[in-house]
Design a protein around this ligand. Structure first.
Ligand code: NDP
Length: 362
């Protein structure tokens, strides 16, 4: 059976019925009161754009789906009919730069294979459009720096699609360290799934940049960083392979440890072979656990005080509305290009540590 990443994320622990629930508006923010909405063009109409972002854009209050960029003619026709997108707002990868002249597109959302993020973020910035870019932001920290510089130069905003920053359970995880005893914090974060189709771009280094680490390990890095609230100083890492043919180009399973200032530590795993989906935080007297932790829906949580009762939100809709609010209000975001860059620096250190077998500075 082909077991796709999306299928895994939406089914594990969530139950398909949960996905049918109507979106509950974000509980922490007032709804946008103005009538201006930002027009968003999705670039790359694959699984995430089709099944998550486009439906979420039907629920957003500060932005809406105004355009598409695709290399597949049949998708252009299908999306045009389904979402009532005018021909003038439909582009392909060759004529994309003409988007500069299109006033009904304010934001370009790059949802392409990882290796294409850099190119399309920079082209979008040159076209004068704000950019939402999927994770991982790019293949290297150097590419991230180039993307940040291009957006700064063009005077446009750059955000990374860290959907969990918009999730109430992860917001609670971020706050946990400040809500009781301090002292050393230990974080365990693990995200992995069994990847299907051996021919897909996620298993090709040139397109993906890496394997499980670049794809979902990045969530475990993010979680450790935002739960501890500091940047790691050094990492140790171990890589394991069972499928030498399937994983010839990219990492299959990696475990790693991060050392933070103040003695805080994290222990994490990612895999393309083993389902993993857990976030555990422990202080001297308290603990906090999410399991499943990283899904689109159906996150479950408990602490030493009992079950966590938090509303379920449409993470993608809240994420895009939050980014739009930052653009309208000219305020900072905790999912900026700089945040994406920090994760790539950690990933580079982890790969280096796994290869050398020694503790590596971030
Ligand atoms: P898919 O493979 O499903 O879609 C990628 C799309 O990119 C394709 O459908 C195609 O769209 C376009 N494309 C252009 N060139 C290529 C190429 N050479 N090979 C393959 N596709 C190409 O990927 P996903 O939608 O799953 O992932 C896209 C991005 O989104 C990745 O960076 C991924 O990490 C990220 N992502 C983030 C998630 C999150 O939770 N934040 C969840 C899932 C993915 P077209 O036919 O329109 O040209």
């Amino acid at each position: 059976m082909k077991y796709t990443r999306r299928k895994f994320i939406t089914t594990l622990g969530a139950g398909s019925a949960l996905l049918m629930l109507p979106a509950i508006p974000t509980f922490s923010e007032p709804l946008f009161s103005g009538d201006k909405k930002l027009g968003v063009a999705l670039v790359g109409l694959g699984n995430y754009a089709t099944h998550e972002l486009a439906p979420a854009l039907q629920k957003t209050s500060r932005c809406y789906l105004s355009g598409i960029v695709t290399g597949t003619l049949a998708k252009a026709q299908k999306w045009k009919d389904q979402y009532n997108i005018p021909d003038k707002n439909i582009y392909n990868y060759q004529n994309f730069d003409r988007i500069a002249d299109n006033k009904s597109i304010d934001v370009v959302y790059v949802v392409l294979p990882n290796s294409m993020h850099r190119e399309f973020v920079i082209r979008a910035a040159k076209a004068g459009k704000h950019v939402f870019c999927e994770k991982p932001m790019a293949l290297s920290s150097k590419e991230c720096e180039e993307m940040i510089a291009a957006c700064k130069k063009a005077g446009v905003r750059l955000f990374v699609g860290y959907r969990l920053h918009s999730d109430p359970f992860h917001k609670a995880a971020m706050k946990f360290r400040t809500e009781g005893d301090s002292g050393v914090i230990y974080v365990q974060s693990e995200f992995g799934f069994k990847i299907g189709d051996p021919t897909q771009w996620r298993l090709k280094k040139a397109l993906a940049g890496g394997g499980a680490m670049m794809d979902v390990g990045i969530y475990a890095i993010q979680a450790a960083r935002y739960c501890i609230g500091k940047e790691p100083i050094s990492v140790t890492a171990q890589e394991y392979k069972t499928g030498y043919k399937k994983f010839a180009e990219v990492d299959e399973t990696i475990t790693w440890q991060m050392q933070f200032p103040g003695g805080h530590v994290s222990n994490s795993s990612t895999s393309y072979s083993v389902p993993l989906n857990n976030l555990y935080i422990s202080t001297e007297r308290r603990w906090f656990n999410l399991m499943p932790a990283f899904n689109y829906a159906g996150i479950k949580g408990s602490t030493n005080r009992g079950e966590l009762n938090l509303p379920e939100v449409n993470q993608q809709a809240v994420q895009m509305d939050t980014f739009s609010k930052c653009i309208f209000d000219n305020t900072e975001s905790d999912a900026s290009g700089e945040e994406g860059l920090k994760d790539l620096k950690v990933i580079e250190a982890i790969y280096k540590a796994a290869k050398s077998g020694t503790k590596t500075k971030v």
